[in-house]
Design a protein around this ligand. Sequence first.
Ligand code: C5P
Length: 291
Amino acid sequence: MIYRSFAKVNLHLEVLGLRPDGYHELRTLFQSVDLCDLVHLEIGGSGVRLAVAGQALPADERNLAHQAATAFLAAWPVADGVRITLEKNIPLGGGLGGGSSNAATVLQGLRHLLGVQQSTDARLEELGRALGADVPFFLTGGLALGSGRGDEILPLPDLPEREIWLVTPALEVSTASVFQEFRELTGDREVSSMGSLVWGEGVDWEMAARGWNDLQPIVMRRFPEVCRVYNALVEAGARTVRLSGSGATWLALFDDSIESSDLLTALAPGCRVFRARTLTRTSLQRLRVVH
Ligand code: C5P
């Protein structure tokens, strides 16, 4: 079976403070987008065998998809082995959650393939959380509020789907180092000095556009190239330009649909430019299985 493994963006990301476990307390708004990797799953053999196409990534235990399959088979020993092939398309280290998405897709795909009961939701979430802070979001998808390490997920009513441009400079940003620098600059403050955005009954696109990303100034300061791309997108007329996660992908929302990626490609040379669409949970369900 082949499954689509969709990327995410953070429409909003507040860092509220340092936690006793060394992670940061977050308040973030996750949104699924249709940029995706493909995950091929086949039951057979023994143990976990992984192959990766499209990007230079480790295909062993260091890969989150490998870890996800191992964790699944340990929790439900209903098969001896699984073969996984990842067709990578989501940029690495870009703040789009590709590795976490692949891990969630492996967990859900194996449950589907092996016919493990739906009542496994809570257990799957627990396995996901142990793999990485972003994994639980990908088990839910759509629009969701993330709190705690970003791993406590509250699904929100979906926003209408819309075009969203993703522009990724040719550099990988280490999430750990961005959080580290944030800590040095803010002196372990407990509450975001920018205050908290209060989400009411529901979130609409106007509200999402008023969000921000507390990690953005850090990444802009460290990488002049990332700053240049921001300026280019503002110049191109984007109404909202925001860093996703710890970067370096910019998400850009325009008032009107842009016909071709040529304009953005010319303005942001060396970047990968994706014309994407946001996805509701209903669309995710429909698109999850390729065949
Ligand atoms: O969860 P994940 O392994 O992707 O996080 C990578 C690193 O980012 C963590 O090891 C931690 O240093 C930092 N991080 C954090 N607070 C979070 C999420 C990540 O400090 N809520």
